[in-house]
Design a protein around this ligand. Sequence first.
Ligand SMILES: NC(=O)c1ccc[n+]([C@@H]2O[C@H](COP(=O)([O-])OP(=O)(O)OC[C@H]3O[C@@H](n4cnc5c(N)ncnc54)[C@H](OP(=O)(O)O)[C@@H]3O)[C@@H](O)[C@H]2O)c1
Length: 398
Amino acid sequence: MTPSRALNRVSQTVLRPRPTHLPQTHLLRTPFRSISVYGYEQAKALTFPDYGEPKDVLRLHSHSISTPHSNLLTLKFLASPINPADINQIQGVYPSKPTFTTTLGSAEPLAVGGNEGVAEVIALGSGVKGLKKGDWVIQRAPGFGTWRTHAQTTEDGLLRIENTEGLTPVQVGTVSVNPCTAYRMLVDFVKLKPGDWFIQNGANSGVGRAAIQLAKLWGYKSINVVRKREEGMDALRTDLEGLGADVVVTDEEVMERGFGEKIKEITNGGRDEVKLGLNCVGGKLVNAMAKVLSPHAHMVTYGAMSKQPVTLPTPLLIFKNISFDGFWVSKWSDRNPEEKKRCVDKILNLTREGKFKDTPMAPIHWDATTKQDELVNAVQGTLEGYRSGKGIFVFGET
Ligand SMILES: NC(=O)c1ccc[n+]([C@@H]2O[C@H](COP(=O)([O-])OP(=O)(O)OC[C@H]3O[C@@H](n4cnc5c(N)ncnc54)[C@H](OP(=O)(O)O)[C@@H]3O)[C@@H](O)[C@H]2O)c1
């Protein structure tokens, strides 16, 4: 390149249209994106130097990313949710640990928050073979650090979304954790057949909503336990029934005497089996739920939202042979990468066909003008219960 052309490149900034094959969504507020033609991306990331409460440790860090070469590629994030596990990871109490690194140009090692999201490939080195510009990708494993505008990486940790038609970034950016967890728990522990029941708590969570919908599609019946709330109980019941919930009860009702009889009535005098329980919450509620399970049923724990331990009632183990299991989608995905891809594809196909709805979201728009406090407050707010929508960063012009 001649010196004058190079100079021209440094001094210019162009507006690049968004590829037309990508679904337009109101959540991406602008169809244009400015980049330096020289190839440097001005990136920002929500980072933490040490474990602690999100409000105390999260900082917005700016850095630049150079043109990718050889097997490197540059990603621009489109949407990244704030999941409960992300908070636990920042607090240092999650088994999957983030990487603290100085590669973002900081003096002290920083980790980037977030484990799930969707990004667009915007530039790639000549050694990248399996991806092209404009592709959407999600992360194969947790620990990537998805709360950032851009990242430079290699293709091995990324899963390409083959068909993005009809899908929004929010739908793709939230497919890999909650819907896949619900999917696997419904098929991997018990062989349910149409007409069989399962019972779950945290039924209005992302996982719970996914389980209701998949169960409905597959002909299984669901008993859905939610926390009692003073306001909005009827609306929540209607909401979950709209997704396909057969029965919606509060945690208080489950703990009351007579709940077993109620379930007997619902399940054809106890002749229809309740073969599976899904536990997102923990505490004594789980015992009450386990009591209505049929002999040889499984109670699968995947979350601990109440932070209360599960104590196992021995008669259920001895006389009913109830199994208490655990599920962690990260470990499952590590061990079953191909099956994970199939699971993601199936959910996205159902979404595209209008048969699977994403969780109600509370988008936090992140663009060049977004302040650190807005982002940090959104993360901290995730710890509060009774929320109307899941926090998700939706990236605009950065
Ligand atoms: N093991 C795995 O592989 C795996 C995968 C995905 C998710 N998870 C876990 O599953 C859980 C739900 O995740 P999500 O993303 O689906 O959650 P989410 O959509 O953010 O929903 C949170 C759920 O937790 C309930 N909740 C909040 N605080 C609570 C408390 N103190 N006591 C009882 N319930 C409470 C909420 O009920 P209210 O509306 O009443 O507040 C809501 O149902 C988390 O623990 C997450 O880490 C595990």
